[in-house]
Write a protein that binds this ligand. Structure first.
Ligand code: ADP
Ligand code: 5GP
Length: 217
């Protein structure tokens, strides 16, 4: 192992993980991009949200979401178990606090697929730890096509989601980065680029100062 590697190993416990947030109007592709990132990168974990929404076909409890009823969700809010929470399309969604804190403490990064309300709450609580990306669809027509192609929501749900597109889009400027998800490979490469650059931020490499001191000896 080289000197930088040794310093990195010695200081690895003190590196705080970063919180990478992906938001977009429903159907723009953030779940697709998230899943790909999780497959591609072993140093980032997904924050698994709790929701009162019913599972879609193929969704697995504990993998995609923790599916809970309204009473359980309310109890989690009351007991301050959620780092952030919001109502989206008539259902409640929230981020369990404990797994996030555990990952951050051990220096692992965490990926969040949450809406603009949750992103605002994370920014208020931990701005230094957050890097946020807003994913844009190439057009509204394509967004609707993707929602239909996903074929997991009924017509009423798709209509409700399309009605909210304008409101969701209006929050794009609150994000650190904006990525157009036209060609998936290119959008994914851009997500990777953001993550790489955010990991290189000085305050996320606490071992660097001792390494540089060594260089100066
Ligand atoms: P979101 O999580 O933002 O609601 P999804 O990731 O579920 O969106 O994507 C919605 C649908 O669009 C899925 O069927 C997905 O396979 C498809 N999709 C995602 N990105 C692209 C892309 N760049 N080009 C074409 N289809 C895409
Ligand atoms: P879906 O029902 O399509 O899985 O998600 C609907 C919306 O809820 C998406 O915009 C998604 O990012 C958001 N969402 C999912 N989990 C959370 C969460 O824990 N908190 C917040 N604030 N939004 C969430």
């Amino acid at each position: 192992m080289n000197e930088a590697g040794k310093d990195k190993q010695a200081a690895s416990v003190t590196r705080r993980g970063l919180m990478l947030v992906l938001s977009s109007p429903s159907g723009a592709g953030k779940t697709t991009l998230s899943r790909r990132l999780l497959q591609d990168d072993r140093d980032i974990d997904l924050s698994i949200s709790v929701t009162t929404r019913k599972p879609r076909p193929g969704e697995i409890d504990g993998h995609d979401y923790r599916f809970v009823d309204a009473a359980k969700f309310a109890a989690m809010v009351k007991n301050d178990e959620l780092l952030e929470y919001a109502e989206v399309f008539g259902n409640r969604y929230g981020t369990p606090r404990e797994p996030v804190m555990a990952s951050l403490k051990t220096g692992r990064d965490i990926l969040f697929d949450i809406d603009w309300q949750g992103t605002q709450q994370l920014n208020e609580k931990a701005r230094e730890d957050v890097a946020s990306i807003f994913v844009l669809p190439p057009s509204i027509v394509e967004l609707e096509r993707r929602l239909r192609m996903r074929a997991q929501d009924d017509e009423d749900v798709i209509r409700k989601r399309m009605e909210k597109v304008g409101e969701e889009l209006s929050h794009w400027a609150e994000y650190d980065y904006v990525i157009l998800n036209d060609a998936l490979d290119r959008a994914f490469a851009q997500v990777r680029t953001v993550l790489t650059a955010e990991r290189l931020k000085r305050h996320r490499q606490p071992w660097i100062s001792s390494f540089v001191r060594g260089l100066n000896k």
